[in-house]
Design a protein around this ligand. Structure first.
Ligand code: MV4
Length: 458
């Protein structure tokens, strides 16, 4: 087992990784920017190294600073968390060249799955269902026209180097397709340095359901069930839950096996997520793979009882997984992401936490780096806390979430807590009627009142 792990991240996930290391008896090294001197990950790590100024590009994305910090402190492994360098194959390679362990999948697999067009081809070859569309990136507008006519409109153009909603274009008719292909490709070239575009039939109101997968160095691959992530706004998830209200045990087994097959095809190691779209007829299609631990991993932890971060560290150290695939989910878990932003306008709201009272009680977990008088810096993402609840049924979990939100008191900044309070009493949410369009409908301004009856004049 490792003696010392450097955590190449900040915020709640850095703290979460410190918790796992502490329980495994591993020493920790925090890296921090000058904006994060007073952060809890710095306080609670055994050692800490300043890696640069506030801008991420100069600190948490600065590979040479982070490698130097690891060398100086004698760390034997690096955990990247999520975001920042978590899916950077080059970073993983440099770590391995420096004779340290990268806690994640191989650079080869990160690179393969980072190319969303190659990931789609790999899924097709592994017999995992994908939406009708192009086999390889499109050569030109004429080819886009041909494939779109074949699969039928609407279609979606996606940047191979994009992912997570970046570089996508929905196209409704043949008149627009060639032009949209051109602009999408130019934009992708500018944004990612790779203009490759592929095409899929567009599903108008799917659910977003993702499977947690895990591989070890001994060739064992398992899935730990799904997370329903349909409640999102501008590709930022707001609420995640497990199990999905849409899955039966049979469909869960089928999707889980497809996820495991894809992992097997690429020799996947460590934690990963396979994203699927599920249509109204409950057909599922592979969308993309994320080669990291995700923000919403706690909902899976709550229903499986598996500590996913400890497992990441153990399998990176060469230990076998030691868990069975497809365990039956125990009860129901829901996570609300509490962001430092205005609940109606969604504008960022950094600043001091004047009051910060966390909810507690049975089945209630809060993952946060916040504390009273902590000042949320404006330089990073707005996640201040994840509120996760667990109970026996979905109904009870929602009631518990509603209660926990009422006992979560934050003053000094605006947060998304009031928005979550409204979502958890929405009739569609309560009925489990979810789709990626949920927030669009939820945020629609209420219809204006009918005009008053006109007086009849004679
Ligand atoms: C789609 C789709 C429908 N049909 N692909 C969004 C994030 C990235 N992983 C891919 N995404 C989608 N891909 C096909 N063929 C719907 C989404 C999607 C979405 C699209 C537009 C607006 C909001 C969305 C929310 C979730 C998923």
């Amino acid at each position: 087992m490792f003696k010392k792990i450097l955590i190449a991240n900040r915020g709640e996930i850095a703290l979460r990784i410190i918790h796992a290391c502490r329980e495994l008896g591993i020493r920790t090294v925090a890296v921090f920017s000058t904006a994060d001197r007073d952060s809890l990950h710095v306080t609670y790590a055994d050692e800490e190294v300043c890696i640069g100024p506030p801008a991420s590009t100069a600190s948490y994305l600065n590979i040479s600073s982070i490698i130097s910090a690891a060398e100086i402190t004698g760390a034997d492994a690096i955990h990247p968390g999520y975001g920042f360098l978590a899916e950077n194959a080059h970073f993983a390679e440099v770590i391995q060249e420096c004779r340290m362990t990268w806690i994640g999948p191989s650079p080869r697999v990160i690179r393969l799955m980072g190319d969303k067009a190659k990931a789609r081809e790999t899924a097709m070859a592994a017999g995992v269902p994908v939406l009708p569309g192009s086999r390889e990136p499109l050569a030109d507008g004429a080819e886009a026209e041909r494939v779109a006519a074949e699969v039928g409109y609407p279609v979606i153009l996606k940047a191979a180097a994009g992912g997570g909603g970046r570089g996508m274009r929905i196209v409704g008719s043949p008149a627009e397709i060639a032009g949209q292909f051109g602009t999408a490709s130019e934009e992708a070239e500018r944004a990612f340095g790779d203009g490759s575009i592929y095409l899929e039939k567009y599903l108008t109101e799917p659910r977003h359901i993702e499977f947690q997968v895990f591989g070890d160095r001994h060739g064992s691959i398992v899935h730990l069930g799904e997370r329903e992530c349909s409640i999102q706004r501008r590709h930022q998830k707001l609420i995640e839950e497990s199990p999905s209200p849409a899955l039966t045990p049979e469909l869960r087994a089928e999707m889980g096996e497809a996820a495991v097959e894809l992992c097997r095809a690429v020799g996947y190691e460590n934690a990963g997520t396979i994203e699927f779209l599920l249509d109204a007829d409950r057909r599922f299609y592979f969308m993309e793979m994320n080669t990291r631990i995700q923000v919403e991993h706690p909902v899976t932890e709550m229903v499986t009882g598996v500590d996913l971060v400890k497992l990441q560290i153990r399998v990176a150290a060469g230990e076998p997984l030691g868990i069975k695939s497809g365990m039956k989910p125990r009860g129901h878990a829901i996570e609300c992401r509490i962001n430092a932003e205005h609940p109606v306008t969604f504008t960022p709201s950094p600043g001091p936490l004047k009051t910060f009272h966390l909810p507690g009680g049975p089945g209630t977990r809060v993952d946060t780096h916040g504390y009273e008088d902590y000042v949320i810096p404006p330089h990073y993402d707005s996640l201040v806390a994840k509120l996760i609840v667990h109970d026996r049924t979905r109904r009870e979990a929602i009631a518990r979430m509603s209660r926990a939100l009422d006992f979560f008191v934050v003053e000094g900044i605006e947060t998304s807590i009031p928005l979550h309070r409204r979502i958890v009493r929405d009739p569609d949410f309560l009925a489990g009627k979810l789709s990626t369009r949920f927030m669009e409908r939820f945020l629609q301004p209420p219809a204006p009142p009918p005009p008053p009856p006109q007086k009849e004049d004679g």
